[in-house]
Design a protein around this ligand. Structure first.
Ligand code: TYD
Length: 203
């Protein structure tokens, strides 16, 4: 299984990813956990440019291509080999982030974003994608003072990203919309409710 968690910065997906990983480990599974952008040596360099070098201004298409380069490297060198060896892969963000942030958020043509996603992933899509939805205000509050290039983009940008996520999640195969304002434990129980039936019963 290949499972993605998506949502605004501060929606709580990293917490839910850890909780899910823990449940899988308790079920005697050994999932591979990855994060975008990053997760490979080249990807971590790209991550640094994208998120920690605010002084580097770049055009939206350049930004998209950097996310896609990171995604391509991660897919080719980590995700595909892990899936081929029979392991599960959990990812903190994947192609849908580019659709939401660079497409809906930055205003790049959605067909272009989808086409570059397809090229970068070789057509690999998660079997399940959980969108942890929270209002923009809540997301920004939870992020506190932490800022990066994207958070510098303002509330309107995040409203477009959220609307994009909500539009897309109902259209993609295996998409699940979750209410990120629920208690952490209740939410992880809900996620597990979707995943547990897919975990083979121990023999
Ligand atoms: P990160 O700190 O990893 O995310 P989070 O705050 O959710 O833990 O930052 C990732 C940032 O990159 C986040 O603001 C969303 C953005 N992003 C895109 O704009 N497009 C993409 O394709 C991906 C993967 C991330």
């Amino acid at each position: 299984m290949f499972i993605a968690l998506e949502g605004l910065d501060g929606c709580g997906k990293s917490t839910q990813l850890r909780a899910l990983a823990q449940r899988l480990q308790q079920s005697k599974m050994d999932p591979v956990i990855v994060q975008e952008p990053g997760g490979t040596p080249v990807g971590e360099e790209i991550r640094h440019i994208l998120l920690h070098r605010e002084e580097l201004k770049m055009a939206p298409l350049t930004e998209l291509l950097l996310y896609e380069a990171s995604r391509s490297e991660l897919t080719e060198t980590v995700i595909r080999p892990a899936l081929a060896s029979g392991r599960w892969v959990l990812t903190d963000r994947y192609s849908l982030s580019s659709v939401a942030y660079q497409g809906y958020g930055r205003g790049l043509d959605l067909r272009l974003v989808r086409e570059l996603n397809r090229i970068a992933t070789g057509g690999l899509d998660p079997q399940m994608t959980f969108l942890i939805d929270v209002p923009v205000e809540v997301a920004l509050q939870r992020k506190g003072r932490a800022r990066d290039r994207l958070e510098g983009s303002g509330v309107e940008f995040y409203e477009r990203v959220r609307r994009g996520y909500l539009t897309e999640i109902s259209r993609i195969s295996g998409g699940v919309l979750l209410d990120g304002q629920k208690e952490i434990a209740a939410l992880s129980e809900e996620v597990w409710g979707y995943i547990r039936p897919l975990v083979a019963a121990p023999s």
